[in-house]
Design a protein around this ligand. Structure first.
Ligand SMILES: Cc1cc2nc3c(=O)[nH]c(=O)nc-3n(C[C@H](O)[C@H](O)[C@H](O)COP(=O)(O)OP(=O)(O)OC[C@H]3O[C@@H](n4cnc5c(N)ncnc54)[C@H](O)[C@@H]3O)c2cc1C
Length: 495
């Protein structure tokens, strides 16, 4: 799939979407599949904002039960079922264990009731039944956790995803359905006639060339950048988004085979230790952030907090900052409300400005398909989503990795990892190897990557910079600095 900025000046679109995070990507995807002439502009790379910096859970959100947000939990659990079915290569069931200690703010009976209610609300969308665990069972499953004061625990199920790729697959699906999409294309101003917005001025961030895009309707899915985009439309617009920062640590050791859901000792927040790429993902924090969204980063105090809490939970394991592979920070674009950040509902809403632009506000990753559908129903009164919902990599891969590997001369582990990453599109990568056998060369063991994947990221997935390849098309960059040689190999394909 090629990025072609020249296409944008040639027609008036039915719909222009600003922002290529999960919300913008899915709105463009659903719109294009329904025959709406759609354009999508993203100022950085697709998913380079919040949508590659989440905790990577497709979940109802057990903790939202505390806020009595039952509607959001139900909607999320329903969407979890949709995602597990439609993107099984990117969204996988995951067991969560909650160890409960004497003196915890949420005692064992409350946790047992919480997971019972969670499964009850899920009804037919339940992944697998929850379990109550004795202290002995918790220690059998998680021998590394703190023993002192342990009362027991609960086990329940949610799902884990690859957020950057799921977003990318929505962009690719949109493009495949006829949408014109571009990364590194920034909207810099709105074109208006009689007070109504009828397009944007934009700049190709890579070449500096300016261009215009005209559309009958405009949606801004700007995530943490929404307040700035509101002001671009109207100098006097009030802020609608409250941004709170959450950081994660990618940690070398696989601390557990399941996710641990842990109340922190210092501020009673919840944080997770989750198996990720054979290692662990530890996060997150939740602190108000008022600076430039482009500059949010993981500060040493954020990292110390998570390391301290992880060490407290696993006193017998060698938890050390030396094993931090990388850190990343994301900004939650929450509906602007006062009070504690973790009490603000993650339910989305839409704001229509006097010039007719629809701004997407709030939401969580899990509900992206529902957000897109709601948004399009609001704009196009006769909108009917095309069913069934599918994403680029498609449903379950039926082929056997060993058999395929035998036929193409690749290691079975490589074929399996291609199936995991690309779903049914793994065949496109194999087709590249068939055409140019030198692309079968392995360029990384952890995670396993072959050269063809670098070529594929550029030729078929619109990567424009090495970081697009390593941070979002492939998970290499989150496991530490990418070796120079590998950077250079990727650059050869980018020329
Ligand atoms: C720490 C953290 C953990 C989270 N964990 C989870 C989780 O486990 N599960 C879950 O369901 N949700 C989670 N969320 C929430 C979820 O990640 C977000 O709700 C979601 O990613 C927001 O997507 P978005 O498309 O609205 O925003 P973004 O992904 O930020 O997309 C907005 C895009 O707009 C682009 N943009 C801005 N200005 C312009 C312009 N002028 N022109 C063109 N493009 C522009 C930006 O570059 C950006 O890519 C988490 C959030 C955070 C911060």
């Amino acid at each position: 799939m090629k990025r072609d900025i020249g296409l944008f000046g040639k027609q008036t679109y039915d719909l222009l979407v600003i922002g290529g995070g999960i919300n913008g990507a899915s709105i463009a995807h659903l719109a294009a599949r329904s025959g709406i002439r759609t354009a999508l502009l993203e100022k950085g790379d697709f998913a380079s904002g919040t949508s590659s910096r989440s905790t990577k859970l497709i979940h109802g959100g057990l903790r939202y039960l505390e806020n009595f947000d039952f509607e959001l939990v139900y909607e999320s659990l329903r969407e979890r079922a949709v995602q597990l079915k439609t993107a099984p290569h990117l969204v996988k069931p995951l067991a969560f264990l909650i160890p409960v200690y004497r003196g915890d703010r949420r005692p064992l009976w409350m946790m047992r009731f919480g997971v019972f209610l969670y499964d009850l609300i899920a009804g037919p969308y339940r992944v697998a039944p929850h379990q109550s665990l004795t202290k002995e069972k918790v220690l059998e499953l998680e021998p590394g956790v703190k023993r002192e004061g342990l009362k027991g625990g609960v086990l329940y199920y949610d799902a884990q995803m690859d957020d950057a790729r799921l977003c990318l697959e929505n962009v690719l699906s949109a493009a495949e359905a006829g949408a014109h999409v571009a990364n590194y294309a920034e909207a810099t101003g709105f074109l208006k006639a009689n007070g109504r917005a009828e397009g944007v001025k934009a700049v190709d961030v890579l070449s500096g060339a300016e261009f215009e895009v005209r559309a009958k309707r405009i949606v801004v899915a700007g995530g943490p950048w929404t307040n700035g985009l509101l002001r671009l439309d109207d100098d006097h617009a009030k802020k609608k988004v409250r941004t709170t920062k959450g950081i994660h640590i990618v940690y070398k050791d696989r601390l557990s085979d399941r996710a641990l859901f842990i109340p922190s000792a210092s501020d009673k927040r919840i944080f997770f230790v989750i198996p990720w790429l054979g290692h662990s993902l530890i996060g997150t924090t939740d602190t108000d952030y008022v600076g430039n969204p482009d500059q949010a980063g993981a500060e040493p105090e954020d990292v110390d907090y998570l390391m301290r809490e992880t060490k407290r939970v696993f006193p017998r394991l060698d938890v050390s900052p030396a094993k931090i592979l990388s850190t990343f920070a994301g900004l939650r674009p929450l509906v602007r409300k006062g009070g504690s950040a973790n009490k603000v509902s993650r339910k989305h809403l839409f704001h229509e400005s006097p010039s007719g632009i629809i701004f997407v506000v709030g939401g969580k990753y899990t509900t992206y398909r529902a957000v897109a559908e709601d948004c399009l129903r609001r704009i196009f009164k006769d909108f009917r989503p095309v069913k069934p919902f599918t994403v680029y990599g498609g449903g379950m891969v039926a082929e056997n990795a060993e058999v395929i590997a035998d036929g193409c001369g690749l290691e079975p582990g490589i074929v399996r990892s291609l199936m995991d990453l690309y779903g049914g599109r793994y065949r496109d990568v194999l087709a590249l190897v068939e055409k140019a056998p030198s692309l079968a060369e392995k360029v990384s063991d952890d995670p396993p990557v072959i050269k063809a994947q670098l070529a594929y990221a550029v030729e078929a997935e619109m990567a424009r910079k090495p970081e697009d390849v390593f941070m979002r098309r492939l998970p290499l960059g989150s496991l530490g600095p990418v070796p120079d040689g590998l950077q250079k190999t990727a650059e050869q394909f980018l020329i």
